[in-house]
Design a binder for this molecule. Sequence first.
Ligand code: F6P
Length: 317
Amino acid sequence: MSKNIAILCSGGDVSGMNPALKHFVEYSLKKGLIPYFVYDGYEGLIDNNIRQASYKDVSGIIIRGGTQIGSARSKRFMQPEFREMAKKNLDTLNIDMMIVLGGDGSFRGLDVFYKEHGIKFCGIPSTIDNDIHGTDYCLGVDTALNIIKTSIDSIRDTASAFRRAFVIETMGRDCGYLALISAITSGAELCLIPEVAYDLKSYEEDFKEQIKNGRRYFIAIASEGIKQESQEIADWFEQKIGIESRVSVLGHLQRGGNPTIYDRLMAYKFVTHAINGILDGQEESVICYSKKGFEFKTIDEVTSSKYELDLDLINFL
Ligand code: F6P
């Protein structure tokens, strides 16, 4: 068996990837392996942008968001001829083990690659959307939630000063996790997520009554995946509730920033399990985390079903 192991980041970057890269290098070396970085996701695999990594490459990166080795969403990797090129590049460097930080789309591509070319891999769920079936936690989520929390706290200051409603739009693609957790933990008055049907009309009487009773502002959290535009919700506040309103789209702010302690620690734990798993014979797995602890799941388990948000959480709203 070769001792060469590579890591790459695929899809949307998350804060926590850099701590994962640091630990990947350190832990690989500790286990007698030779670590390699693949730059710019599967694109780098195809273009042979693969280099041996050392302690020097990861010095000081633990505090940084993004990823030192870049990430990408590769369309080319979906085509067999490019996967063939990727395999040749790995063969030249004698690499037959890979760790991939990414979401379920990235893992699906990797599974095809394994089935065609036998490159062993372990996926580490990494997306701020927290929408991967089979794992309760994806790397980067805690940092994103903390950025949202800080943003909402700041917006609350100006909302209360001006007697306004703020519609704050969070990322998450089709998953309302970021919006729901943020709404609960920031005490928002309204939370709209794709998983739950809503009728704005049902809030009208109550919200108007609250204003009569002295409420000065509203915080509404809207997940980017809902059908309505955030501006439509702001218009509803103005027209039906009678309060001036503004929209604040948090956007890519949520993806960057200094990784939280939790994400740094989870990065270390995910990487340790992933490397141990491959060395112990896991050939095509994703390392997942739930109340039961860490466990390996197959790509099919992770990608065949849609992630289901724990809707009991809505009771906390
Ligand atoms: O999947 C992560 C994510 O940040 C989603 O929340 C968002 O919908 C999307 O990526 C944004 O993608 P891009 O960075 O390509 O604009």
